[in-house]
Design a protein around this ligand. Structure first.
Ligand SMILES: [Zn+2]
Ligand SMILES: [Zn+2]
Length: 253
């Protein structure tokens, strides 16, 4: 993988809180849990979380019957790789109904913590509208209404669930990013600066930084060779003038 030497000489990622494995179905995630673990050890991380897509996703979602298998595999690997803090999470999908996530109370016993993010491919998440809007195939007023609906849905997901991280806020739809930052600040939810996705953008980081919110940079790796990748996210944070102390998993070398 290409590395930005200036950044990697000066900063290091301590913990990668957001990675995918083969449990994200249809060949979406490419590596096994153990391959991600080995990649994390090789990258010199002190911690790793495996966080596959929530079960509501029509294509990529984890099968619920896989939750106990993943838990057992994580617990087995913790014994083999004691130098790494290893956690099992899930990147739950933000949806418009109920408590606005596609995981339920029974599911939670398998996870050390949960992440929440907005994606296409979920029933009940305005995804057809957002897709049309993103591809300029929807009327203008429709886009404005979507901004309100998307923001309401994501804010509710933040307040009604104990999310560790709101993943790639602003991706795949219009959101009032300042409102999301206020909700995250209120609930001590970290806002993700994704290395895989373009969000938070530099401008969005500037808006969010006005609130008393913490940030996390994630690889969102879908292949083991991307585990621990943080340069792209950190470049945007530095461009936004963000105080590095506010990023929970980056430290100066
Ligand atoms: Zn995601
Ligand atoms: Zn992800």
């Amino acid at each position: 993988m290409e590395r930005n030497n200036l950044i990697t000489e000066k900063y290091r990622m301590t913990f990668d809180y957001h990675t995918h494995t083969v449990y994200s179905h249809h060949n979406h995630g490419k590596g096994t849990i153990e391959e991600n673990v080995q990649a994390a050890v090789k990258a010199g991380l002190s911690g790793l979380a495996v966080t596959d897509h929530g079960p509501g996703h029509r294509f990529y979602g984890v099968r619920r019957e896989d939750f106990p298998l993943m838990r057992r595999e994580i617990d087995r690997l913790k014994e083999i790789y004691p130098q790494l803090k290893l956690y099992l999470g899930v990147e739950a999908n933000i949806v418009s109904g109920g408590h606005c996530l596609d995981v339920n109370k029974e599911d939670l016993r398998y996870f050390d913590f949960i992440l929440g993010g907005y994606h296409y491919g979920i029933p009940g998440g305005y995804c057809i509208g957002n897709w049309l809007d993103a591809h300029r195939a929807a009327p203008k007023a429709f886009g404005r209404r979507l901004l309100i609906k998307n923001t309401d849905m994501a804010v509710k997901a933040v307040y009604e669930n104990d999310l560790r991280i709101l993943t790639h806020p602003g991706d795949k739809g219009r959101f009032d990013i300042g409102e999301l930052a206020r909700a995250c600040a209120d609930t001590d939810t970290w806002m993700e600066i994704s290395t895989w996705h373009a969000h938070l953008t530099t401008e969005e980081i500037r808006i969010c930084a006005r609130e008393d919110v913490k940030f996390v940079i994630s690889s969102d790796a879908h292949t083991p060779d991307r585990v621990g990748s943080f340069e792209g996210g950190l470049q945007r944070a530095l461009a936004a003038g963000l105080d590095i102390e506010r990023i929970v998993n980056i430290e100066e070398c």
